[in-house]
Each structure stands twice: as C-alpha cells, then as structure tokens.
Design a protein around this ligand. Structure first.
Ligand SMILES: Cc1cc2nc3c(=O)[nH]c(=O)nc-3n(C[C@H](O)[C@H](O)[C@H](O)COP(=O)(O)OP(=O)(O)OC[C@H]3O[C@@H](n4cnc5c(N)ncnc54)[C@H](O)[C@@H]3O)c2cc1C
Length: 468
C-alpha cells in the first residue's frame, strides 16, 4: 500500500534531478491548482509534490522512484474532470502531463493523429482541421487534455453519431507503475491479435497506467452543420419525439434536451435571451450533411416529426453567428448551474427508450425530498445529467437527504437497464455507488486487474473502487 511519509527532501531532490528543479512544486501556495478538479463536491487535497515531466522517459523514471518507495501517484490532465479523478486524495505525487503537449504527427494517408497526453482538445481539433481532417468528438470542455479525455472515455454532444472517445483510440503508449513502457494498438483500424489492452486502458481513470501517447482516428470534415431549436409544452413530449427523430435515419450528430429552469439559469449567466425561453422544454438537434439540399431535407423531416409530436415551433437559426450563439448557450450550462451551489452532479445513462421514465422517476424523487433537480441530457444517447440544487435548502437537510436521493436515482437508472456514469467516470466522488451497478464478482475482477498493472498500488489509489 502506498505511503506518503517517504516523501523526504532527498526524494524531492531525486525528482528534481529527473524532471529539472523548475518542474517540481513543493510550496503549498503554488500547488492550489493541482489540488482539485471541476467536481462541485470534491474537497481539495494537497499533494506532497507536483512534478511535470517533459517526456515518456521522465514519466518512467518518476514512476520507478515512486514505486520503489511505494509513494502514491495521481496522474493529472487539465483538471476539468467532474468526479474527483485527478484529486490527490492520498497526497504523494501529482504527475502533471501539462508539458507533454506536442502533436507528434498528423498522418493524412492513414487518417490518424499521434499526440502527447497534454495536448488540449481544442488545439488538437484546430491542428487536424488545418490539414483538412477532422476529430469529430465534442466533450463540452475544450480545454481538457486529450490524455484526460482518453482516461475518462469522454463523450459529449456528438456521441449520437460518432460515439465516445474509445471509438477513436487506435493505440496508446503508457507507462506502468513499475516504470515499464508499453505500446498497445497502432495506426491500423482492425485488430484480432490478443487482448485489447488499448480499450482496457481507455476509461481507466489513471488507475492502471499513465498515458504518454495517444493514436487517434480521424475523419474528413463534415460539409454543413445545421441546428434546430424546438420548444415543447412538456418534457415528456420532447423526449418521446427523440426515437422518432432517430428512426428517420438522417445524419443527426447531437440531440439534447433541456428544461426551462436551466434555460433561465443560462440566460442569467450569459445575460441574453434564448429564443422561445418561455416554454417548459426544448430539444436541440444538431445535423450534418454534405450539401445544403441534404441538410435542408433532413431539417424538414425532423421539423415534421417535432410538430407532429406537439412542438410549439421549430427555430432554425440562420447564419453562423446565431448558430454559434445557440451552441454557446448550451455550452455554458455547467458554469451557469454551478453558480447555484451547492450542487451534486449525476451522469446516469439509460437505454434511450427509458429516458422519459427515468426523468419522471427523478422528478418524483425531487418532490418527495423537496430538493430541486434539473435534468438536461444527451437525449440521443440516453445520458442524463442531473443536478441536485442545494441553494435555499437547509444544510442539515441537504446532508441527510442527498445520499438517499443519489442511491434512489442510481438504483432507478440501473433498474431501467442503465448504469451510473455515461461519461464523467467515477473518480473518488462516485465510487461508493459502483456496487449499485456491478456485483462483487465484477468489481473483484477489476481489483485483480489493478494489482497486475500496479502491484504496489501507487497509481490513483482510491479511485473507481477501493482496493487493499
Ligand atoms: C464545463 C465542463 C463541461 C464538460 N463537458 C463534458 C462532456 O460533455 N462530456 C464529457 O465526457 N466530459 C465533460 N466534462 C468533464 C471533463 O472535461 C472530462 O472528464 C475530461 O475528459 C477530463 O480531462 P482532463 O484533462 O481535464 O482530465 P483530469 O480532470 O485532469 O483527469 C481526469 C482523470 O483522468 C486521469 N488522467 C488524466 N490524464 C491522464 C494520463 N495522461 N494518464 C492517465 N490518467 C490520466 C486522472 O488521473 C483522472 O482520473 C466537462 C467538464 C466541464 C468543466
């Protein structure tokens, strides 16, 4: 088991010899931005030391040292996670990948990009687009690092058409806790050669290895993109329209649902009006197509289905500026909601056909416990983002009721055939709910895998599940 008491001056000096003195932080006042993440409920924890390696060899040497002394290591990307995954709950070393931020290669013939883990998602997207290629995923926080996206298997708004990060990861270079460098996969799209270690590492939240290089699949850029903003008189009506839209077979890349309570919060945050904001529920449909005729035809079909299901109107913003404004309003949802602290975030995923039932159940729980819950979500892929809103709720009531509500919410999601996290991961904030989704046998199997990858249990211990 890892032990922080061995972080001595001598140990820190040895770290400095590996990564250079300027890449080692030991002063508490300089460490604050490495203590937490964007989870509204995670409490900051100070590490003993932050190190910023510049390459795989330095990562390996740091891990050899930490492993020999059994000192905990928390890999860290941009710290935009929402489950406390990058929080150094056991102290020790925060291994920040921020200096490993180079795009090594954009290979247009094979449609791949090879990148270090500290490349920001937005920089990767811009770089490949400049070469006429496209990385289609869109997890809402573009400042996240690509290594963090892989470690959490990030999803986002475009999952309806493109899937999630794991669908784009062709290969990895990782460093195990022992310092051993391992390569998985490669620049090829098919593989039936042994176990798929790449996919085991995707979504492992830094508990199995440190990702030092990522090979991602690319595609060609979409021709045109169109948005439809559709107000409804009830959420149930809006959600029940979703399967019908998907059955049209038109190239929908994103399909989101929102309610008026959230729209009010977003309007307050961005200080401008959102069209039709007086209505109770909305669908945001994002379409792609190769020609204006194709997109126009798809938009018309969707508008027909929506009005057939009771939509009040179908607003199609014209011009890039108004499209951008609408998308930006959606992107500001999380910061807008966070202002209503305290909040608790849930990202249950259920089969798409059960979204309406799940949201109804959640609303019933909210009424029973008298704690409001906002329920926006990626309607197209069944991922419902709930926010339990604590403003105005007595502290004791919040403390007593929220754990019970969370249990009920997760149990309802699992009973409907879903699971407890669609894209945020479990980190340490949500790990206590894992037994709701998995039996002991499966959790033990994961614990045993962890011990194979990390025998001394130094890598991100206490995340996803506890292990002795
Ligand atoms: C406003 C906002 C919107 C968001 N929208 C979405 C969304 O739509 N979809 C979505 O999926 N997420 C979303 N997120 C969550 C977050 O952006 C993602 O989880 C992202 O993938 C985290 O990347 P990061 O670099 O910030 O990782 P961090 O938060 O630094 O780390 C996350 C986890 O990955 C591990 N890790 C990081 N880098 C490595 C590495 N190189 N090797 C091994 N382990 C590593 C950490 O130990 C930790 O467990 C959003 C967050 C915010 C703040």
């Amino acid at each position: 088991m890892a032990d922080t008491s061995k972080v001595t001056d001598m140990f820190i000096q040895t770290l400095a010899q590996i990564v250079g003195k300027k890449n080692v932080i030991t002063k508490r006042e300089d460490m604050l931005s490495y203590c937490g993440d964007e989870s509204p409920t995670s409490t900051p924890h100070y590490p003993d030391v932050v190190v910023k390696p510049a390459n795989t060899e330095e990562v390996s040497r740091v891990l050899v040292l930490a492993n020999a002394e059994k000192i905990p290591v928390t890999p860290r990307g941009a710290g935009t996670g929402i489950s406390g995954g990058a929080v150094p709950i056991h102290g020790g070393i925060v291994l920040s990948l921020e200096h490993m931020n180079h795009i090594k290669e954009i290979d247009g013939d094979n449609f791949v990009v090879v990148a270090e883990p500290g490349v920001r998602l937005m920089d990767l997207c811009q770089a490949v687009e400049a070469q006429g290629l496209y990385y289609p995923l869109y997890p809402g926080e573009k400042g996240a690092f690509i290594g963090g996206n892989v470690a959490t298997n990030a999803g986002g708004m475009r999952a309806v058409r493109y899937g999630v990060t794991r669908n784009f990861v062709l290969g990895l270079e990782v460093v195990l806790a022992t310092g051993q460098v391992v390569r998985t996969g490669g620049k090829y799209v098919k593989c039936s050669t042994g176990y798929d270690l790449t996919q085991l590492l995707v979504g492992s939240e830094g508990t199995l290895a440190v990702i030092t290089e990522v090979i991602l699949k690319l595609s060609t850029p979409p021709g045109l993109r169109e948005l439809l903003w559709v107000p409804f008189t009830s959420l149930r009506q809006a959600i029940k329209t979703v399967p019908e839209i998907l059955k049209l077979g038109v190239p929908v890349i994103g399909l989101e649902f929102l309610e008026k309570d959230i729209i009010d919060m977003i309007e307050g945050y961005i200080e401008r009006k959102i069209p039709f904001s007086e209505y109770p529920a909305f669908l945001l449909v994002i379409l792609e197509g190769n020609s204006s005729d194709e997109v126009y035809d798809s938009a018309n079909k969707i508008a027909g289905v929506c009005t057939g299901n009771g939509a009040v109107d179908v607003y199609i913003p014209t011009g890039e500026h108004s499209k951008r404004e609408l998308l930006e309003a959606r992107e500001k949802m999380f910061p807008a909601i966070r202002r209503y602290d305290p909040i608790e975030v849930v990202d249950v995923v259920v089969p798409r056909s059960r979204i309406a039932d799940f949201v109804s159940r959640v609303k019933e729980i909210a009424i029973r416990y008298k704690i409001p819950i906002t329920a926006p979500g990626h309607a197209g892929d069944g991922n419902v983002h709930l926010h339990l809103m604590g403003r105005g709720v007595a502290a004791q009531e919040w403390k007593d009721n929220v754990p019970k509500m969370m249990d009920e919410i997760y149990s309802a999601g699992v009973a409907m055939g879903g699971t407890i996290s669609g894209e945020h991961g479990l980190g340490y904030e949500k790990k206590k709910y894992l037994p709701i989704a998995m039996d002991d046998q499966r959790i033990d199997l994961m614990r045993n895998l962890k011990k194979v990858f990390d025998p001394n249990l130094i890598l991100n211990l206490g995340k996803i599940f506890d292990v002795e």
